[in-house]
Design a protein around this ligand. Structure first.
Ligand code: HEM
Length: 489
């Protein structure tokens, strides 16, 4: 039990299969989370909507329209343009240390922003920074949600130090607040009247003894109450930006209908607005889906590009093999060939191995049990929260032995293989696989084609730090800095 929620962590392929396949329907919903209720328009996006007709309707629009292979291909010019800028930028810094994490994240966030709003969004950087803050606050809120019994989190790799620090900071602030309140209260009791309205902490302290409340329980309530306004403020900001973008899109559309033709690619928002009427979608629902695309769309891909570069810089043989393949194929076929990525088999296998070792969604988005059931002798109560630990499953040496495994098998992400679930499985499996993979494979191919890469001067392969940080997406603790040298074919 976590607080009042029965929580089950699944860390073996057999049990993952029970949840994601055998009992998929029972576990196809998501548990409600206060942060996403506030930030995510009452969980009206695809990722957090409860399982049911509304979710099915959105999933269909996403699969058939927004994230289909055809749509993903239609954004190739945007990808090409932004990646060419990245290559040019790195070109200009040849021989010096560059922050690859920062440059790759910035390029991929621009690609996602342009595919979502094309050029009509003037302030996409502002939007992305609000989204980033929102993700951080939402991630932090989870801690607050579980504050009284946060011990379980310590078992999840990498989280303990961060939690302890956060816990310490929050605890310190709240203890001071409680102490101040106590002081004021005691002065009032002693007759030194002080002009002060009764606030939430006063009320809690008043009821503390009668209800056997501990200081920690009071702090948990404070945490929830202080975060709520912050979440609401962030929600207002994102809402305002999104509403402006929707209005601009409508304006452009009406100008086009009135005959004032405007040069514009069809972006994802155009597609959603097209389906709005036939599917009775509200503006808020459209905004929630756009947030899903930002939430799932670039940090996952950017972190996979960075982890792949980090893994292969430590392993010169793999780096060399990948570069030989990319350079041979590109020199022969040309970089702009539409189906070029299909030919980069070794690069694809390297990406698969990176997603095994570093799945961005270390814990798949949680599921909720919709009906009490039994799994291999364990009773799973109604409304239990199920957390599937993709990272532990992927790193289990029992299932993973051959280091070049992905080169010898024709392995597909969509195959239901529960030893390997970087995109989840079942009804709620990631619908953005094609979108995500192209944003990983293409940047990597170009970075490896155009440049040879070296570690910072004086650093040895074996000293290279691979520490992770825990968050909604698991990234490197420190940014990846490497030195590029231009490749001359
Ligand atoms: C390397 C890239 C990506 C990885 C590793 C990844 C991983 C995941 C995982 C693990 C889930 C949860 C699946 C489950 O519960 O079984 C998920 C769900 C989701 N992803 Fe992705 N994702 C990636 C890219 C994307 C992209 C590019 C988009 C959209 C543009 C996207 C949109 C979504 C959405 C909307 C869901 C929720 C689906 C639902 O609940 O029905 N993802 N993703």
């Amino acid at each position: 039990m976590l607080g009042e929620v029965s929580t089950i962590v699944v860390s073996s392929p057999d049990y993952a299969k029970e949840v994601l396949k055998t009992h998929d329907l029972i576990f196809a919903s998501r548990p409600p989370i206060l942060a996403t209720n506030i930030l995510g328009y009452d969980s009206q996006g695809l990722a957090l909507a409860p399982y049911g007709d509304y979710w099915r309707q959105l999933r269909k629009i996403c699969a058939m329209e927004l994230l289909s292979s055809k749509r993903v291909q239609s954004f190739q010019p945007i990808r090409g343009e932004e990646l060419a800028k990245l290559i040019k930028l790195i070109d200009s810094k040849e021989g010096s240390l560059i922050n690859l994490s920062k440059e790759v994240t910035s390029t991929l966030s621009t690609i996602v922003s342009r595919t979502a709003f094309s050029r009509k969004c003037k302030n996409h950087q502002e939007f992305i920074s609000v989204i980033k803050e929102a993700t951080e606050v939402a991630g932090g809120f989870d801690l607050g949600d579980l504050y009284p019994s946060a011990k379980w989190l310590q078992h999840i790799s990498g989280m303990k130090p961060k939690l302890e620090k956060l816990h310490h900071q929050a605890d310190q602030i709240m203890q001071n607040i409680i102490n101040e309140h106590r002081e004021v209260m005691s002065r009032t009791v002693e007759g030194q009247h002080e002009e002060a309205e009764e606030d939430l902490i006063d009320v809690l302290l008043k009821f503390k003894d009668a209800n056997n409340l501990t200081d920690d329980q009071i702090k948990a309530v404070i945490l929830i109450c202080t975060l709520r306004p912050k979440l609401e403020k962030l929600h207002q900001q994102t809402d305002q930006i999104l509403q402006n973008i929707i209005n601009e899109h409508r304006e452009v559309k009406s100008r086009t209908i009135e005959g004032q033709h405007e040069e514009a690619e069809e972006d994802l928002l155009d597609v959603l607005l097209k389906f709005k009427n036939t599917n009775n979608l509200t503006d808020d629902q459209i905004k929630a889906v756009i947030l899903d695309i930002f939430g799932g769309g670039f940090e996952t891909s950017a972190t996979t590009v960075v982890w792949t570069m980090a893994e292969i810089i430590r392993n010169p043989r793999v780096m060399w093999k990948t570069q030989v393949e990319v350079r041979e194929v590109f020199d022969k076929e040309g970089k702009s060939n539409k189906s070029i990525l299909e030919k980069l088999e070794y690069l694809k296998s390297v990406v698969k191995e990176t997603l095994r070792l570093h799945p961005p969604g270390t814990l798949l988005v949680p599921r909720e049990c919709k009906q009490a059931c039994e799994i291999k002798g364990y009773n799973i109560p109604f409304k239990s929260k199920i957390i599937i630990h993709a990272l532990t499953i992927g790193r289990n040496p029992k299932y993973w032995t051959d280091p070049e495994r992905f080169t010898t098998s024709s392995f597909d992400y969509k195959e239901t293989n529960f030893e390997y679930i970087p995109f989840g499985a079942g009804r709620r499996m990631c619908p953005g696989i094609t979108f995500g993979l192209i944003d990983v494979e293409l940047p990597l191919a170009l970075l490896l084609y155009h440049f040879d890469w070296k570690l910072p001067i004086g650093m040895k392969n074996e000293e290279f730090d691979m520490t992770e940080t825990f968050g909604s997406v698991v990234t490197r603790k420190d940014d990846l800095y490497l030195i590029p040298t231009i490749y001359h074919p």
